[in-house]
Design a protein around this ligand. Structure first.
Ligand code: URA
Ligand code: CA
Length: 434
């Protein structure tokens, strides 16, 4: 087989065989195929797309390009959740304990944050003593005993994706549905998922700016999941404004605990119930989404969801007392309100910009090597649709510096007003199962 012939085949819109796709992925991963040929191939995919079968083959070839986590020693259907990324997205912290309390095993591998979006591992490390370095044996035992464990990314998972993603980044081929979908799904499959629930974000703060593109990506990923024997469902959810009120590591842990206590923000709670219902259904613990939702509401009410979080903290070396005493979380030195400069209905709160305002306080990483400050961040007091009076607090800034000019300016720039009432944003716009 020669790479040049396969580039030509894809360039002319023909379908590649399973064997040909494997040749490309393994050849590129082990260095036999050069960057210039792979670049050309990726651009051909960008313009010619891939069939559902080709997408599934590409995904599996990438998933099998490095280590694969074997979770077969865990009883039950292992369900993983993936979000395409957002600002103040605290769902993983809530969902893990929530669905574990319903009996679904959650063996979660999570990452750190980069840029204005936070990572689950960073957030959990805001809990004193919490560590994410578990051996595979302890990870599996903990999930079997308590249904829930979280580890950091380790080993050599999907090297093909790492190499292809870096190349796509510099060849204008990131924004291709078959390439994004196979990239995301290969990582979930390599991490051992039997079933996958996807939260595809749309809006200013998201990768997919329009609902139409978000739906296309969701269908592509569900198609790959179903073609590779992993039951997969997706929702489309809004990320034009941040999710919940908290943005920042310790602040989001606090928000997660409050949500598990049934006292969380309405949007975060609703999103967790929608995604959680899907996880409970694909995990085989309920037959319908309605039944699953009732189970989830039940474990919030009777305290077992919060108990699952307490158990997770205890199992992984953290101080479980934090669940009852939120003042044990890292505290910022300065708490400053951001007063509104005018009256009006809030018509827009740009998620990206607000995430970046939290990042400049130190809540996120500007570069891969930045050290983050777990105590700092923002609490929004208002969301789109709310009326605000001049002088009223739009948000509260938690910082370890009194020099807030850059953060304040970004926040003011991120908010738009209307004199007329504005409808609240619909959080979940579609459910995609095929
Ligand atoms: N996220 C991924 O993991 N891969 C992509 O290609 C795009 C976003
Ligand atoms: Ca939040």
């Amino acid at each position: 087989m020669r790479m040049v012939d396969l580039i030509e085949k894809k360039r002319d819109g023909h379908e590649l065989s399973t064997e040909e796709i494997r040749f490309i992925v393994s050849g590129y991963t082990n260095g036999e195929i050069a960057d210039y040929q792979m670049s050309s191939f990726l651009m051909a995919v960008f313009f010619q797309d891939m069939s559902e079968r080709e997408r599934a083959d590409l995904t599996m070839a990438m998933a099998e390009s490095g280590d694969q986590i074997d979770l077969s020693a865990i009883e039950g259907i292992k369900v993983d959740k993936h979000s395409t990324g957002g600002v103040g997205d605290t769902t993983t912290l809530v969902l893990g304990p929530l669905v574990a309390a319903c009996g679904v095993p959650v063996a979660k591998m999570s990452g750190r944050g980069l840029g204005h979006t936070g990572g689950t591992i960073d957030k959990l490390e805001a809990i004193d003593g919490f560590h994410v370095e578990l051996s595979t044996k302890d990870f599996i035992r903990q999930v079997n005993e308590h249904k829930l464990a979280v580890i950091g990314q380790s080993g050599n998972l999907t090297p093909a994706d790492k190499k292809m993603y870096s190349l796509r980044d510099v060849t204008a081929t990131v924004n291709s549905i078959p390439l994004i979908a196979s990239s995301i799904m290969s990582k979930k499959i390599a991490a051992g998922a039997d079933a996958i629930v996807l939260d595809v974000k749309t809006g200013e703060g998201a990768f997919m700016k329009t609902e139409e593109d978000a739906k296309k990506l969701a269908h592509a990923m569900v198609g790959i999941g179903n073609a590779t024997g992993r039951k997969t469902m997706a929702i489309i959810s809004d990320m034009s404004q941040p999710l919940g009120f908290a943005i920042g590591n310790a602040l989001e842990v606090k928000e997660a605990i409050e949500t598990l206590q049934g006292k969380g923000p309405e949007d975060l709670t609703e999103l967790c119930l929608v995604l959680g219902s899907q996880m409970v259904v694909v995990g085989g613990k309920a037959d319908t989404l309605e039944e699953a939702r009732a189970m989830l509401e039940g474990v919030i009410k009777d305290g077992s969801a919060l108990e699952a979080f307490r158990q997770l903290i205890e199992d992984q070396g953290g101080n479980p007392a934090v669940v009852d005493d939120l003042s044990l979380l890292p505290q910022a030195k300065f708490v400053t309100e951001l007063p509104a400069k005018q009256d009006g209905y809030i018509s827009f709160m740009e998620a990206d910009e607000i995430g970046t305002a939290a990042m400049v306080l130190g809540a996120g990483r500007a570069t891969k090597d930045s050290v983050i400050d777990l105590s700092v961040g923002l609490m929004l007091n208002k969301k789109v649709g709310d009326f605000v009076k001049k002088g009223e607090a739009l948000a509260t800034i938690y910082s370890n510096t009194q020099d807030l000019a850059e953060c304040q300016e970004m926040l003011y720039n991120s908010i738009e007003y209307s004199n007329e009432p504005v409808e609240a944003i619909q959080l979940v716009s579609a459910l995609i199962t095929d």
